[in-house]
Design a protein around this ligand. Sequence first.
Ligand SMILES: Cc1cc2nc3c(=O)[nH]c(=O)nc-3n(C[C@H](O)[C@H](O)[C@H](O)COP(=O)(O)OP(=O)(O)OC[C@H]3O[C@@H](n4cnc5c(N)ncnc54)[C@H](O)[C@@H]3O)c2cc1C
Ligand code: SF4
Length: 502
Amino acid sequence: MIQVASLHDTPEGAPELSADVEVVIIGSGAAGAAAARRLARGGVRVLIVEEGPAVAPSQFVSDSFGAMAQLYRDAGAQVAFGPAFLPVLQGRCVGGSTVFNGAICWRLPRDVWQEWVAADPALEGGLPWEAIERALDEVERDLEVAPTDPAIAGRKNELMARGAAALGLEGRPTRRNVRGCEGLGRCLQGCPRGHKLGMDRTYLPEARTAGATLWAGCRVDAIAWRGTRALGVRGTTFSGGRFTVRASRAVVLAASAVQSPVLLQRSNIGDGPVGEGFQAHPGVSVAGRFDEPVRMWEGATQGYEVIGLRREGLKFEALGFGAEILAMRLPGAGAEFARAVGEMDRWADWGCAVRARARGTVRPSGRSGVKIRYALTDEDLGRVRRGVRVLGELLFAAGARAVACGVHGFAEQIDSPKALARFEEEGPRDPRAYPMAMTHLFGTCRMGSDPRTSVVRPDFRHHRIENLYVVDSSVFPTNIGVNPQNSILALATVAADGILRA
Ligand SMILES: Cc1cc2nc3c(=O)[nH]c(=O)nc-3n(C[C@H](O)[C@H](O)[C@H](O)COP(=O)(O)OP(=O)(O)OC[C@H]3O[C@@H](n4cnc5c(N)ncnc54)[C@H](O)[C@@H]3O)c2cc1C
Ligand code: SF4
């Protein structure tokens, strides 16, 4: 059952909310839900503790800023500090970021796993490819992953396909985890009809059917441990009450690549490189104006992707969001801006996710905050410039009449692809010039055989605290260059199988 903490809050002085279970799971996003479902189906008494609220599809709002306030951590205002402030978007609700993500589904590329094994051969036996493949197959089957139906793709996705074909770049309709998608274009605000098969619609109810309990509105403040054993967790409900959970078998940390390392540090479990090695896929976007109506807020939210440059660390996606966000990307001021707003239905905005090499840090800050530090390398910025160039070329190749790169220090609007070639060489070297955001996060509790250079073992167990497991993308040794949701679901499933065997 989903229990909301306020219903169980105790008046001052009364005993705090408490529970005794076999396994407590911290976080209900991709990683927590996958582990919960597997463990509950394996007959384990599981409690999932989630900081954010449970929100039903009928409660999702259509405007982007309202959705951020409702579903996103810090209302979407979390940033990484460095030479530039980079927004770091994450969920804080039952289902985590899967509730409002773009539904783009990728399998973990085998070449990425091979890179991990090359750097640490112990991973080959500890995290075998066959186990990952089996788990990926299961995720794809259960989440009904399939290419976007052309009938609901919408013009923005069709145009990207046209641009990719004209440039000879490999592209494809995005494979997504949806059922009966109507192309309402609202994935990033949460699908109001429940068509997106996020964790709130799938693994969490399935875990509940198998006997798991979920507490919403309960933030874990610390993991309790003694010697080499984790004992449980303690925390605070959203209305300020206290709770404790005793776990006889295991504590499973699935609070995301930002929150998991912070929770370890707050619990004085600072062994190894915890909070270091933070990696991401910074995303940059470019807008283009067409002669025909595009209405980028209609159709499958992210229904087409260009994948031909993945090995270069660049992946391109059609974007779909509300007019209020698109307005921020339109060029000009005063009358010129008003004109652009007047023809907003003709603009499309496409994004590029960059497999950046930069590594940052995540540390606790204040009573319950985090401080992320992150600086793109020169090589990363070179990739960002190349990404902007290719996005502009794709837009022109698809028929755009004008392109607005949104890069400070570069022409606000250009009307031919010629200027783009120069841009790759001569565009700004300053990261503050680029409109970027990060949504795919990795590496802050990385997995490995050596406790000096890793936080968990190849079987997801903490090096020192033997019944503490970390199962989210913080354990990924590196970023992966593709959308991570299904890789996280698969690896958390593999981790849960290990807990069942332990
Ligand atoms: C806008 C956006 C779009 C995206 N689009 C895609 C996409 O199309 N395809 C794709 O593959 N990936 C996408 N992603 C990324 C993907 O959704 C995430 O990588 C994935 O959900 C991460 O899983 P997770 O379990 O690590 O964390 P999350 O899903 O973020 O869940 C972590 C949960 O833990 C909770 N939590 C944190 N700390 C505590 C605490 N102390 N106590 C209790 N609970 C806590 C949080 O509130 C949160 O609900 C997108 C992400 C964003 C933000
Ligand atoms: S595109 Fe629209 S209908 Fe389809 S899953 Fe996303 S929000 Fe739902």
